[in-house]
Design a protein around this ligand. Structure first.
Ligand SMILES: *Cc1c(COP(=O)(O)O)cnc(C)c1O
Length: 362
């Protein structure tokens, strides 16, 4: 039996009539550019006043930071273990990403490491709700308030995840989402969004993504082209209605994995008062290559998120970081292993993965 890492085909088959009708409607109306209706649906779901659709999650990060006025000479603090896009968003404004290590239990940004990274040039903190689990936002917001810093939440992996009852994306000044197909809420192509309660920020992000314009052919500044397509918005609005159900299934799958694997490897922990939506289910094993080889032979897909911590990837070589500065992120890099995780896994799939991991994991 094959177990996919993510199964977009299986998911599509459960919602095919709805998705097909929604896409046909967009085509019928030739409403290809922009999707105000999805923006309204998503703002309502998240609970912010504004949602601005953009081309992808990397643009969401870059555009939010650019419109907050960050640029050359500024430093923005983010987590060492994330997908590179978080740092790219910072870098494309001209600002410098400054990395801090993660917490060994939750893998999210370690708030106790932030203050040591603050300099007179620091302008913002960019926590990442990694793997679907909210970063520890209370201390992060406290540090930000104390030092007059903005907070931009990277929510690319945490759609519908909460921290102390609050949706991720509503706690800082802006929340940046990716709707890349494999995310918890995924489009049928690239898409992203910024959510915020700051009306001026929302207006500026919208203008930035539409050639510096909100009145046709009046360009107030040099912008770019980064909008959320009508077809993607239609797909996302359909899927949004199912998101909580899919998240609940992910949570149930994680509970089965946790119970089944607790004696053979380090299983992931959920912080108190967090709705962890399990974008990824990441264990630690000492013999990872062996486990991966065995799972692959059994037709069970697995992955590594991420094989090299961002500060020590070649892209950021010029910043001069070394692995010793990130003992947690770099120290777990050779042990972490992501198991299949999506809303259409059956109990049988999950049991099979548990049984096969148990045969080899050390
Ligand atoms: C996927 C991802 C992004 C970027 O999203 P894209 O839509 O692929 O540009 C940013 N941050 C994190 C943590 C991600 O996982």
């Amino acid at each position: 039996m094959k177990v996919n890492f993510v199964d977009l085909k299986a998911q599509y088959l459960t919602i095919k009539p709805e998705v097909d009708a929604a896409m046909a409607e967009v085509i019928g109306n030739t409403a290809f550019i922009n999707s105000r209706s999805f923006e309204a649906d998503f703002a309502k779901y998240i609970g912010t006043e504004h949602c601005v659709g953009v081309g992808n999650g990397t643009d969401a990060l870059f555009m939010a930071m650019q419109c907050m006025g960050f640029g050359p000479g500024d430093e923005l603090i983010t987590a060492a273990n994330t997908f590179i896009a978080t740092a790219e968003g910072i870098g494309w404004t001209g600002a410098k990403p400054v990395f801090v290590d993660c917490d060994p239990v939750t893998y999210t940004m370690d708030p106790s490491k932030i203050e040591a990274a603050i300099t007179p040039n620091t302008k913002a903190i960019v926590p990442v709700h990694l793997y679907g689990q909210a970063a520890d936002m209370d201390p992060i917001m406290e540090i930000a308030a104390k030092h007059g810093l903005k907070v931009i939440e990277d929510c690319a992996q945490s759609h519908g995840g909460t921290y102390k009852g609050r949706m991720t994306g509503t706690i800082g000044d802006a929340g940046c989402f990716s709707f890349y197909p494999g995310k918890n809420l995924g489009a049928y192509g690239d898409a992203g969004a910024v959510v915020t309660n700051d009306e001026e920020l929302a207006t500026n992000i919208r203008k930035l993504g539409d050639h510096g314009s909100n009145v046709k052919y009046r360009h107030d500044f040099q912008g770019t082209n980064s909008r959320l397509d009508g077809i993607q918005g239609a797909v996302l609005s359909v899927k949004l209605k199912h998101l909580d159900k899919w998240s609940d299934r992910r949570i149930a799958v994680a509970a089965m994995y946790n119970e089944g694997l607790k004696d053979v490897c380090v299983t992931p922990q959920t912080a108190a008062d967090v709705r962890h939506v399990w974008h990824l289910y990441v264990i630690q094993v000492n013999n990872r290559e062996e486990v991966m080889k065995h799972l692959t032979e059994q037709d069970i897909a697995c992955g590594i998120h991420y094989p090299v911590a961002v500060p020590v990837t070649p892209a950021y070589e010029d910043l001069g970081y070394n692995a010793d500065q990130f003992p947690v992120a770099c120290g777990t890099q050779d042990k972490i292993l992501s198991l299949p995780m999506h809303g259409d896994l059956t109990d049988e799939d999950v049991q099979l993965v548990i049984d096969e991991v148990k045969k080899v994991a050390k």
